[in-house]
Design a protein around this ligand. Structure first.
Ligand SMILES: Cc1ncc(COP(=O)(O)O)c(C=O)c1O
Length: 443
């Protein structure tokens, strides 16, 4: 009997993940969908994790998998790196949070500012969502303008202005070169959507025309150097340079969202592209696996947060801002990352992309492997993937089948085909990934 497309791998998954299935049924009666983060859900249920160590995670059924998600790119040293565990254990006994500053927030701020020259002052938050929210507010306050511009398919967290055209239906979003701004969630108001301008990633001419049209109202352009949740698509160098020039010319602030890309180099993707943004948002690796994010940039813009001399134009609160557990974990992580580590991770990423491309070519599979450095994404399409619309040409059914095949083969990636590397990985893990993709294609 012919295999039903996708059925066999899912049956196999079900048979190996019975405890997760049971827990998911229990979880559904307390958590919508049985989870508390949409991006970890997939149908019929995700594996519930028991523990992680190095490059491996083990679920509650005892399945061990190589973790190529790394909590969506945040665990650059893998799980439980010894120096981070020691730093956190040392701090846990001294207190987890105070309504007072600690030396640890100064230490992490100095480390980041020492690595990213465009960041002259920095403030911490607990999530990237909050950091983006403050960066956009700063831009509005600084310029006195209302609107912000973002790329179609750009993901900047879930605050109101970020929740526009994240993953729109292309049929509703209209002309690819002049995409409509569409709410990414129910409940996002027309007022919010009306203040967001959307441009096509990597299309310099169309983006310039859109930004020029709105220049008098635009406070900021926010962009990821590598379009993350839409498929790890690197910005073209000339595209980012053009955005930098254009925004500077019109008094619009350029905000680089480096929440993912700070893992590409000590100075972030901005050091690789040679771009100095006005503001940068950071997260993921800077907390060493704990909930820490930050926004920072030019001192005169960040001065809007300074309370010395009275109530600042932009008050920033946050009960766990700068909590010492996250600060020491972040500092231990940055201290552990040598230039050689970044280089090794990025070279390993180049190698993995090449090996996957060679595999797809040998098998005659229409696929693209996008990414940069230690970040990559699989797309089952013969169209070159350069932006949100071309990403959407991917065969979602095939991706789903390969995703379950990989889970069954002991490889954990994001359901959208995103994978990233961590320092405990080496040739063994890379070879295992390529082998598992080959089996998943055959399965
Ligand atoms: C590029 C980018 N910006 C913002 C965010 C939001 O960060 P958080 O999930 O910490 O709110 C993310 C999270 O994945 C991200 O990848």
């Amino acid at each position: 009997m012919a295999k039903v497309y996708g059925k066999t791998v899912i049956e196999e998954y079900l048979s190996r993940n019975r405890r997760s299935k049971e827990l998911h049924e229990r979880a559904r009666s307390v958590l919508p969908g049985g989870i508390t983060r949409t991006s970890v859900y997939f149908d019929p249920f995700p594996p519930y994790v028991a523990r992680g160590l190095g490059s491996r995670i083990t679920d509650i059924d005892g399945n061990e998998r190589i973790d190529f998600s790394n909590n969506y790119t945040s665990l650059i040293l893998g799980h439980c790196p010894p120096s981070v565990v020691a730093a956190v254990q040392g701090q846990v006994g001294r207190g987890s949070a105070f309504a007072a500053p600690t030396p640890h927030e100064v230490g992490l701020a100095e480390r980041i500012i020492g690595r990213v020259p465009s960041v002259q002052r920095i403030r911490f938050a607990s999530s990237g969502t909050e950091a983006v929210m403050f960066a956009l507010r700063l831009a509005r306050a600084r310029t006195g303008r209302r609107k912000v511009a973002k790329a179609e398919g750009g993901f900047h967290g879930t605050s109101e202005y970020a929740a526009v055209s994240v993953s729109p239906d292309p049929a509703e979003a209209g002309d690819a070169r002049s995409p409509a701004a569409l709410p990414a969630a129910s409940g996002v108001t027309d007022g919010v959507v009306g203040d967001v301008v959307v441009f096509p990633f990597n299309d310099g001419e169309a983006t310039e025309a859109i930004i020029r049209r709105h220049r008098e109202d635009l406070a900021a352009v926010i962009i990821e150097p590598v379009l993350g949740s839409s498929g790890m698509i690197p910005a073209r160098r000339d595209y980012l340079e053009r955005l930098r020039d254009l925004t500077a010319r019109h008094g619009i602030l350029l905000i680089l969202d480096e929440i993912i890309t700070l893992r590409l180099a000590a100075g972030g993707a901005q050091s690789l592209y040679g771009i100095a943004p006005d503001l940068t948002v950071m997260g993921k690796i800077i907390g060493g696996g704990y909930p820490v994010a930050a926004f920072g940039g030019r001192a005169e813009i960040m001065a809007l947060l300074d309370p010395a001399g009275g109530r600042p134009p932009i008050p920033q609160s946050g009960t766990f801002n700068g909590n010492p557990i996250g600060m020491v974990a972040g500092a231990a992580t940055l201290d552990a990352l040598t230039p050689a580590d970044y280089e090794r991770l990025n070279t390993m990423g180049d190698d993995l992309r090449q090996r996957l491309r060679a595999l797809f070519a040998r098998k005659g599979v229409a696929a693209q492997v996008t990414g940069m450095g230690s970040l990559l994404n699989l797309h089952f399409t013969d169209v070159e993937v350069t932006d949100f619309r071309t990403m959407r040409t991917g065969d979602a059914g095939r991706l789903r089948r390969v995703f379950f095949g990989l889970l069954n083969e002991g490889i954990f990636v994001a359901p959208r085909g995103m994978a990233c590397l961590s320092t405990p990985m080496g040739e063994e893990e890379i070879a295992a990934f390529v082998r598992a993709v080959e089996r998943a294609l055959d399965g």
